[in-house]
Every structure is written in structure tokens, then in C-alpha cells.
Design a protein around this ligand. Structure first.
Ligand code: ADE
Length: 273
């Protein structure tokens, strides 16, 4: 996979040399190119922003540096054998970035990130490139960062760990919270490792039982408990056909009841954990 990042703070992307992403680069599974957007600013001061048309606070990133930076990056990538680029534009007004997006992006050979500073990029830039390649405007959460670079790190880490051979154990993302499959749309419950007792705290007995069925059931109940407490919206949205008899019993204990459409609702008398 090839990743290009166009930014006015190239040093912000240093973490891409570390840990999982850094190792994937060192192994040659990932080609990361970080570019300084100011290299494409034409004036003496390397200006990349200007005042907004229509007035208002803050500055807007100018069309020209972005246009030239993107043209150069696209041409260079193609020349170096990269194909089928996707533009990933971090912005608080984008679509929520989810595990589903991470899975979709992990199947693409080439991602180009355009993290913005200030009030964002002149709209014409994305309108122009949307005619040439897919443009994904993504938000990593309902809060406003000072710039999109931290979002690039988030998206990259979520995507790169899904690439074949990047995580040691191919099963490790099977049980991820939000992973498609068995534990779909439930948060992961607690995990434990040695020693079996720490500061008087023991690990749940069932995990020592060696009984795979009981362990799987316990994990599922813990996932339901955690999801009920932290993300009740996920229980409300849960497809009832994905819930077995024991799930329903656990949900009932947690204060949930099926509504007329089969979906679960928190009973008004339920006590929050
Ligand atoms: N840039 C500023 N805030 C952001 C957010 N929440 N997600 C993605 N990019 C951003």
C-alpha cells in the first residue's frame, strides 16, 4: 500500500516511523511519503492561506498550493507504479470514520491524505479532484481538532493494522469491537493476563476453566454488559436475529426488553450500571 500525506507540518507525521506502521514500512509492506505543502507555495513567505470570501473568522487554505501538490503527487505515484488513488480528507464536517471505512480503505492500494489547518481548504479543490478520483471526507469524532494531522494518524493506524501480515496473529482483529462477524457491533469486554493474582485481585474463574464454550459465553456476556453501559445506542440498533436466547436473558438482567419490532429498548425502570 502507498500513502501520501500533504501537510504544512510534516514533523507531525513522525509517529508513522514507530510501532506497527513503522515496522510495516521497514518490511516494505507500506510506502509512506510525507510532503511539505509549503513547497508548492509560490510567494516568498510560502503562504498557503488567505481570508475567507464572505467574511468571518479564521483563514482558508488556498487552491493553488493544494492543486499543484496534488497534481505532482498523483503524477509521481503513477510514475512509480501506484494506481487507483483515493483522496482521504480529514474534516470535522466529514462522514464519521468507522471500522467499516477502515476495512474499505485497507483494500485500496493508494491513499492520499490532505490534512488541513485553519478553517479548512477552499471547496473548489475537492470539487475538482472529485471529478478525477474518489474523495472520502472523514471525521474521527464530534470534536474539532486544530488540524487534520492527528486524524491522519488515527486513520492510518486503523487501516494499516488490517493489512495482511501486519498484525502477527490474523485472528487478532476478528473480535475487535466493531469488527464484522461474531461479536459484531458489541464493545469488547475485559481481558487479563498473568499473574493470576495482583494486589489481591484475581481473574475471573471461568477463564482458568479451559472450557471453551463457557469462556465464549462469559466473553459475550461481558461484551453485552460493557456495550449496555457505554454504548446503549449500539444495543438499540442491534439486529435482534443476531441475539441468541442467552443474550436475551443477559440483556433482560441489564434492564433491556424487546419492543414490538423485536429490537431492544432500555426499560424505563432499568438501573444503570
Ligand atoms: N480536523 C479537525 N477536526 C477533525 C475531526 N474531528 N476529524 C477529522 N479531521 C478533523
Amino acid at each position: 500500500m502507498r500513502l501520501d500525506v500533504l501537510t504544512i507540518f510534516p514533523e507531525y507525521l513522525e509517529p508513522l516511523n514507530v510501532s506497527l506502521v513503522g515496522k510495516a514500512r521497514a518490511r516494505g509492506q507500506l510506502d509512506v511519503q510525507v510532503h511539505d505543502l509549503r513547497a508548492w507555495a509560490r510567494d516568498r513567505h510560502h503562504t498557503v492561506d488567505d481570508t475567507p470570501y464572505g467574511g468571518g473568522p479564521g483563514m482558508v487554505m488556498k487552491t493553488e498550493p493544494w492543486g499543484e501538490a496534488l497534481d505532482t503527487t498523483l503524477a509521481d505515484g503513477y510514475e512509480n507504479g501506484a494506481h487507483d488513488p483515493v483522496l482521504v480528507v480529514p474534516t470535522p464536517s466529514g462522514r464519521p470514520f468507522t471500522q467499516e471505512c477502515a476495512v474499505a480503505l485497507s483494500a485500496r492500494p493508494w491513499l492520499i491524505f490532505t490534512p488541513a489547518r485553519y478553517e479548512g481548504i477552499d471547496r473548489r479543490v475537492m470539487d475538482e479532484y472529485a471529478t478525477r478520483l474518489p474523495v472520502h471526507e472523514v471525521s474521527i469524532g464530534d470534536y474539532v481538532l486544530a488540524g487534520g494531522e492527528a486524524a491522519v494518524l488515527v486513520v492510518t493506524e486503523a487501516v494499516v493494522r488490517l493489512l495482511p501480515g501486519v498484525l502477527g496473529n490474523a485472528e487478532s482483529h476478528r473480535d475487535d469491537s466493531f469488527a464484522p462477524g461474531a461479536m459484531a457491533d458489541l464493545l469488547e469486554g475485559p481481558v487479563y493476563t498473568k499473574p493470576p493474582e495482583w494486589r489481591g485481585r484475581e481473574i475471573p474463574e471461568v477463564l482458568l476453566s479451559g472450557h471453551h464454550g463457557r469462556i465464549a459465553r462469559w466473553r459475550r456476556d461481558e461484551a453485552l454488559r460493557r456495550t449496555s453501559a457505554h454504548r446503549p445506542d449500539l444495543i438499540e440498533r442491534c439486529d435482534p436475529s443476531a441475539l441468541d436466547k442467552k443474550d436475551r436473558e443477559t440483556l433482560s438482567i441489564l434492564g433491556w426488553a424487546p419492543g414490538p419490532d423485536g429490537r431492544f429498548w432500555r426499560r424505563p425502570d432499568a438501573v444503570e450500571e
